[in-house]
Design a protein around this ligand. Structure first.
Ligand code: ZN
Length: 117
């Protein structure tokens, strides 16, 4: 489901991305309200073992935007809810764990690759 909101941002685009982002949050808030539940790691679990901590009702502005774009007419186009499924806090902690994991996996990896082409 794509929500189309007629807000002309032509000319301002790229100069003031913060306000474009805020326009998206306002459009999303009109559609789903000011908060969204973050269930990260509580349903099927996550490969990183990271789980959302604390209150799962999170302000929408704590979610990174996803599927938000501006078309050639300057119309805001929102695909899906317009928000990533998990909040910024989970995103940061998940990224850190993934970074640690991939660093371990890659220890000596390049040499191994060179010696065993
Ligand atoms: Zn979360």
């Amino acid at each position: 489901m794509a929500t189309r909101t007629q807000i002309i941002v032509n000319g301002r685009l790229g100069r003031n991305t913060t306000s474009v982002r805020e326009m998206f949050y306002e459009a999303i808030q009109n559609a789903i309200g000011p908060t969204k539940i973050c269930n990260f790691g509580h349903g099927t679990g996550s490969t990183t073992g990271v789980q959302h901590e604390g209150n799962r009702v999170v302000p929408i502005r704590n979610f990174p935007q996803k599927g938000c774009s501006v078309d050639e007419h300057g119309t805001l186009v929102i695909t899906g809810s317009g928000l990533q499924g998990f909040c910024r806090d989970c995103d940061n902690r998940r990224r850190r764990v993934r970074l640690d994991t991939s660093t371990q996996n890659n220890a000596g990896g390049y040499d191994t690759y060179e010696n065993n082409p």
